[in-house]
Design a protein around this ligand. Structure first.
Ligand code: PLP
Length: 368
């Protein structure tokens, strides 16, 4: 059985320990999962109501074009219906982009470290990767521009970036777009867009109008709290969307997911409240980190990348044994850090107590 040769060099996505597994392994009563940047406040209460009230004909295939959802999203964003492509999470839209535009002999430019899936799927399509190191957790856009050549087909921008949470400022984005050849696709991944303060949010409509080579990615997995449903989308020019829709499987988002995310889309209050609570808890957690002298990257999201006084795997394990699941930065390209989702006020206060103890153990050399 011989697949693409590159598959021998890559491995399947390695997920963190699941909550039940941690519970069993460490025999703990309570586990707080802060590893995947989900919304700790759950999802809109109107979604719960929809689930009990309006049933579904599960024996039928879904509307593959996702007409109702498409209309709703298009109206909300002020774009044409055919500027959208829906995927099983924005992850799937990333695979469409790679499949559509990358192949042997082409190259693709991205920051490093950044969200891992751009690299992974670009390699699978046989493209060569031009990774431009971030500077203090920020995309180095000048060097990324320099890395573009005749064979470059796709550039990936992640804003806010994962794993730092920092953004590309609108003026820097503009400058980059002005210099980028317009036959190169620029993907702007905005998975955490709704968490960004309004003054730093890019105008989607203006950008799409100006740049026909732009693909913006959004998702229902983060602030909407619907990661388990797997719906994300790309919004772009009709020309690019048409190509991506050729690749999309005929029924790639389920009828159930389409129905539920539409309800979530109507609940602006839930989004506003999640954003506000996240900011409050994040600010007080940052104040706590300042107090104990731990550094962190600037974050416009619901997560923080925190520098650890000991090896990140050890620090992560210390927290895990005490019921907190966070991601070690060693696997994310930022050694001696961990990335944690901003949980609820109560959970973050409990976490503070554990971190204080960790610092004490480090000071007393109980742990090195
Ligand atoms: C930057 C970024 N992009 C895309 C995704 C994929 O999200 P989903 O496939 O759930 O829409 C994530 C998930 O963590 C992410 O952090």
């Amino acid at each position: 059985m011989i697949g693409k040769r590159v598959l021998n060099e890559l491995s399947a996505y390695k997920q963190g320990m699941q909550t039940s597994e941690v519970q069993r392994t460490y025999n703990l009563d309570k586990i707080v999962k802060l590893a995947s940047n989900e919304n700790p406040y759950g999802f809109s209460p109107s979604v719960a109501e929809e689930l009990t009230v309006n049933g579904q004909a599960f024996e039928l295939y879904p509307d593959g074009y996702a007409s109702d959802l498409r209309t709703k999203v298009a109206n909300k964003l002020g774009v044409h219906l055919d500027q959208l492509v829906f995927g099983g999470g924005s992850d799937e839209v990333i695979t469409f982009i790679c499949r559509a535009f990358l192949y042997e002999g082409t190259n693709t430019v991205m920051a490093t470290p950044t969200f891992s899936q751009y690299r992974h799927h670009s390699l699978i399509e046989g493209a060569s990767i031009r990774e431009v190191p971030t500077v203090n957790g920020k995309h180095d856009l000048a060097s990324m521009t320099e890395a573009i050549d005749e064979q470059t087909k796709v550039v990936w921008l992640c804003s806010p970036d994962n794993p730092t949470g920092d953004i590309i400022h609108p003026e820097a984005f503009e400058l980059f777009m002005e210099q980028c050849p317009n036959d190169v696709i620029v993907v702007l991944d905005e998975a955490y867009y709704e968490y960004v303060p309004y003054s730093f949010q890019l105008s989607l409509n203006e950008s799409l109008e100006k740049y026909s080579n732009l693909v913006v990615l959004r998702t229902f997995s983060k602030i909407y709290g619907l990661a388990g449903l797997r719906v994300g989308y790309g919004v772009t020019s009709e020309e690019i969307a048409e190509k991506l829709n050729v690749i999309r499987g005929p029924f790639n988002t389920s009828s159930f997911a389409q129905q539920v995310v539409q309800v979530a889309l109507d609940d602006d209050d839930f989004i506003a409240v999640s954003k506000k609570k996240n900011l409050e808890v994040k600010n007080s957690f940052k104040a706590f980190l300042d107090e104990i002298g731990w550094e962190y990257y600037e974050s416009f999201t619901n997560f923080l990348l925190v520098k650890t006084p000991i090896d990140a795997d050890k620090a992560t394990h210390y927290l895990l044994e005490r019921g907190f699941i966070v991601r070690s930065g060693n696997q994310l390209g930022y050694p001696n850090t961990f990335r944690l989702t901003i949980g609820t006020k109560e959970d973050m206060e409990d976490l503070q107590a554990v971190i204080k103890q960790l610092q004490k153990d480090v000071d007393e050399e109980v742990i090195k």
